[in-house]
Ligand binder design. Structure first.
Ligand SMILES: Cc1cc2nc3c(=O)[nH]c(=O)nc-3n(C[C@H](O)[C@H](O)[C@H](O)COP(=O)(O)OP(=O)(O)OC[C@H]3O[C@@H](n4cnc5c(N)ncnc54)[C@H](O)[C@@H]3O)c2cc1C
Length: 457
């Protein structure tokens, strides 16, 4: 069967199911007789729910038809790698992972347009083939382009924006089914849409600023946390990417430094970073903080330096196989080190039961209104994690007020407890975003309980 015929059939069966929905429900999309779905869960397993159904979009026209012909609650979903309850809904999921791949590119401007359902990690090799590379990547690359940019996902590097900061254009299908092609000429709408928390409509295409394909050299080692924190600005300025994973109950951090390189690929066998981190986590569960400190320091002192050279997209992200839950806040970079120190000290002084390290990175100032790095000054991001099998609440509840004390802004895709009144004080253009949201979705069909808490005064 040729591709056109398959597309036609897909479209026809989609329209037929839309019609069924219209016949069965007062609100078409709310009909329980339509498109029953399997239960949904996020990557960590911390979020589970049963949507009424899911729409698997194979063409943009289907999405437009769906949004025009229905009125019920919907939530667009990426690859489910957010920890915060952005997705759970009484209504339907909209899944666009079949809208993927490189749709267009231009090697003069070094830009490429992606189907918004593309996984970041699936774009590296085809981009390399056309001579381009993404500017930066987050810690993992299993997120979709739409999902990652919706939450302002970032990597590390004081000279590097979040992924949203590299968007030069995007296509938004509004909640009532209109296409809006948005770029910098749209001013406020562009700044609202680049970090949209999945609240403005469904993004189907994203154009991004890339650069010529490149290689990187990654170096990992352990070093005293205080030594690195006291020189962090200088180290971050001297390396393309620089970050640390401060170990809890330890005076040491795992340090990651990445720079551009012309050296041959794959010279050193690099131990999986996750294994290194696991090795360095505290041993004895029943040990006192002082005993853990002694053990962890001894272990960290013996850790080896590792190095690798490879194509950029192979070195910027990692593979995380042990599920965890995470909270991440950004604070102005000038107070970042103090905030990390206070978190580490609190864990030690209060003997909080946790073995996951923190993560400490820098992000360049940028203009998307809901970016954690919005404004004129670089931001440091600080993450805390807990194994998915453990209750994260006692730990996260204790540490979150420390982030607030330093003016912290939460990552939209990670766990936090803030609502409208706190958020509007942290993001100078928050009310402007809320106005854009109200104008695009006056009936609130894209709001689930969590988004209502974020965006309704
Ligand atoms: C192991 C791990 C490591 C991580 N590392 C990092 C990191 O280094 N840096 C960082 O900043 N974050 C990191 N994250 C967080 C992650 O990048 C974000 O939560 C991201 O949003 C997940 O993308 P996703 O495709 O899974 O989207 P989902 O989690 O499925 O959805 C996220 C948001 O995007 C919206 N959305 C999805 N598709 C669309 C669409 N087509 N149109 C409009 N809105 C849409 C959803 O409605 C939702 O609001 C990590 C998460 C995990 C699990």
């Amino acid at each position: 069967m040729n591709k056109q015929l398959i597309q036609k059939l897909n479209r026809r069966s989609f329209l037929a199911s839309s019609l069924r929905a219209a016949l069965f429900g007062a609100f078409a999309i709310n009909s329980s007789a339509f498109a029953q779905s399997t239960p949904w869960r996020n990557w960590s397993g911390g979020l589970n729910f049963q949507p009424q159904g899911r729409f698997d979009i194979t063409e943009e026209e289907q999405l437009i038809e769906l949004l025009k012909s229905t009125t019920g609650a919907i939530r667009p979903v990426g690859s489910g790698h957010s920890f915060s309850p952005l997705i759970p809904t009484d209504g339907h999921l909209v899944v666009i992972d079949q809208l993927n791949g490189i749709l267009d590119y231009d090697n003069d401007s070094m830009q490429a347009t992606f189907g918004a359902g593309s996984r970041l990690g699936d774009l590296g090799a085809p981009l390399y083939e056309i001579g381009q590379g993404m500017m930066n990547l987050p810690d993992i690359d299993r997120q979709t382009v739409a999902g990652a940019t919706a939450t302002g996902t970032h990597g590390t590097g004081v000279e590097f924006n979040s992924l949203s900061g590299y968007i030069t254009g995007l296509r938004l299908v509004t909640p009532n089914g209109e296409i809006r092609d948005i770029d910098a000429s749209d001013g406020d709408l562009f700044d609202a849409a680049r970090v949209n928390v999945g609240a403005l409509g469904v993004v189907t295409q994203v154009r991004m600023q890339n650069r010529s394909a490149y290689k990187l050299k990654k170096r990992e080692w352990t070093a005293p946390t205080e030594d690195i924190l006291s020189r962090f600005d200088e180290l971050a300025a001297n390396h393309r990417h620089f970050e640390i994973f401060p170990l809890v109950y330890s005076d040491y951090s795992l340090v990651l430094q990445i720079d551009e390189s012309d050296e041959p690929i794959g010279q050193t066998i690099i131990p999986a970073e996750e294994t290194t981190l696991a090795d360095l986590r505290p041993l004895g569960v029943d040990a006192t903080p002082a005993e853990k400190l002694a053990m962890n320091n001894a272990l960290a002192e013996r850790a080896e330096v590792s190095e690798a050279v490879d194509l950029s997209y192979k070195l910027l992200s990692n593979i995380r196989v042990n599920p965890f839950n995470e909270m991440e806040y950004s604070v102005p970079a000038e107070v970042g080190a103090d905030c990390v120190r206070e978190v580490l000290k609190t864990i030690y002084d209060e003997a909080i039961e946790v073995d996951f390290p923190l993560e400490y990175r820098y992000v360049k100032p940028e203009s998307p209104w809901l970016s954690m790095a919005y404004g004129d000054e670089p931001h440091a991001t600080i993450s805390i994690h807990r194994n998915a099998s453990q209750d994260y609440r006692p730990y996260f509840d204790r540490i979150e007020p420390i982030f607030w004390k330093y003016g912290g802004r939460p990552h939209w895709g990670k766990i936090h407890s803030l609502g409208f009144s706190e958020l509007e004080r942290l993001y100078p253009r928050y009310r402007d975003f809320v106005e854009v949201r109200e104008s695009l979705d006056p009936s609130g069909r894209m709001l689930n309980d969590h988004l209502k808490k974020l965006f309704i005064a």
